[in-house]
Write a protein that binds this ligand. Structure first.
Ligand code: NAD
Length: 356
């Protein structure tokens, strides 16, 4: 598979990852290599990664954080900044983020801010991080349960997608990553959407090409608008309500937290319904989207009281301007429209539609 050039970095695939990474280390000679992992990627991915890393005589330090979205926090960043400092990291140090989107988002942020920025490389190990989180340079952490409220846009040097890491990824995490692939189809490519929703099952054998196609879509959008002035906003389809749902389920002790992709899947159905109300999405497309998503994602119970609290959380969305919530909606599958405004009544109707 050919590598993909992003604005400032390159995405490599499978064996090429190690060739490119080892060459980079040989030529750039970092002072120390820091590898950030979480509890799971420490056990499942690090041994395999270290086997293929040629670090010459450069010291490698491994930093481990606990796994899970609740740890994508400033507290954990502080711990990692302190560890870097204790190990005398300098501006010639290299940070490698080996993990899912939590590790790549947090690690990218830590590297972008430590000593005003050291070089980092993402090695995504979850499907979601491969197709989305590790590419495009958005880094950051949550503020309490509010998603991604603190961060910077700063691309790493390289992304290395070794799909064999998916062998140990739990099935529910595979499904979560699939949501962002579906989103790429919905906002950019009807044929890709059609292929994904007509797969017999999510099989590792056809996955390499589908992952590649997803990264191409994300990268095309990001390179045309790296700082999210316009087009890049389309990547937020499903995320306005999706992030509010994710925060709400995370902060409520009596709810089981939703995985990022599970929340986005619901967000995409709700926002497709809104699209029929304010920007002309056909009922046929709505039906296709709802059926396509529910083929993979089970329905989640969202009570009337939950709905009002979720609507309340929309005020924290990063796309808002002057207190107005701005949605990305669809005019048709593959045709997004940014900066749409909808009434709360339509949002409540969307929840009713989702509940069926
Ligand atoms: P995650 O990082 O929590 O990973 C999911 C789980 O899988 C974790 O428990 C992790 O330890 C485990 N895991 C990862 N790789 C594994 C492997 N190979 N084998 C076994 N277990 C493995 O979550 P995620 O779904 O990867 O990413 C979600 C995060 O990504 C969210 O915080 C979201 O906001 C962020 N995100 C960022 C962007 C961006 O552009 N920066 C885009 C989309 C999502």
């Amino acid at each position: 598979m050919n590598s993909i050039s992003t604005k400032n970095a390159t995405v490599f695939f499978n064996n090429e990852v190690y060739t490119a990474l080892n060459t980079y280390i040989k030529t750039s000679k970092p002072s120390t290599i820091f590898i950030l992992v979480d509890t799971n990627t420490h056990d499942y991915c690090l041994p395999k990664f270290l086997e293929r890393l040629e670090s010459e005589d450069i010291v490698i330090e491994v930093m481990e954080m606990p796994n899970g979205e609740e740890h994508k926090s400033i507290d954990i960043c502080s711990g990692v900044w302190e560890a870097l400092s204790e190990y005398n990291a300098d501006r010639k140090s290299l940070m490698i983020n080996l993990g899912g989107g939590v590790v790549t988002d947090l690690g990218g942020f830590v590297a972008s801010t430590y000593m005003r920025g050291i070089t980092y490389i993402n090695i995504p190990t979850s499907l979601l991080a491969m197709v989305d989180a590790s590419v495009g340079g958005k880094t950051g952490v949550d503020l309490g349960t509010l998603k991604n409220q603190v961060g910077v846009i700063n691309e790493g040097k390289m992304v290395g997608v070794d799909t064999s890491f998916l062998d140990t990824l739990p099935q529910n995490e595979m499904v979560s990553g699939f949501a962002e692939m579906l989103k790429h189809g919905l906002i950019y490519d009807k044929d890709y959407w059609h292929t994904l929703t007509h797969l017999e099952k999510l099989d590792l054998s056809d996955l390499d090409q589908l992952i590649y196609d997803s990264i191409i879509i994300k990268n095309t959008v990001v390179t045309s608008d790296p700082t999210e002035q316009g087009l890049r906003k389309i990547l937020n389809f499903g995320h306005t309500l999706g992030h509010a749902l994710e925060s709400y389920f995370l902060e409520n002790a009596d709810k089981t937290p939703l995985l990022h992709g599970e929340a986005i899947a619901i967000g995409m159905i709700l926002e497709s319904y809104l699209s029929t109300k304010v920007c002309g999405l056909s009922l046929e497309d709505l039906e296709d989207i709802t059926t396509g998503i529910l083929k993979t994602f089970s329905k989640v119970d969202i009570t009337k009281q939950d709905q009002n609290s979720i609507i309340d959380l929309l005020k924290y969305d990063k796309k808002n301007s002057h207190g107005v919530v701005k949605f990305v909606l669809l005019e048709a599958i593959g045709q997004p429209k940014i900066d749409c405004v909808v009434s709360n009544d339509f949002i409540l109707e969307a929840f009713e539609y989702y509940a069926g």
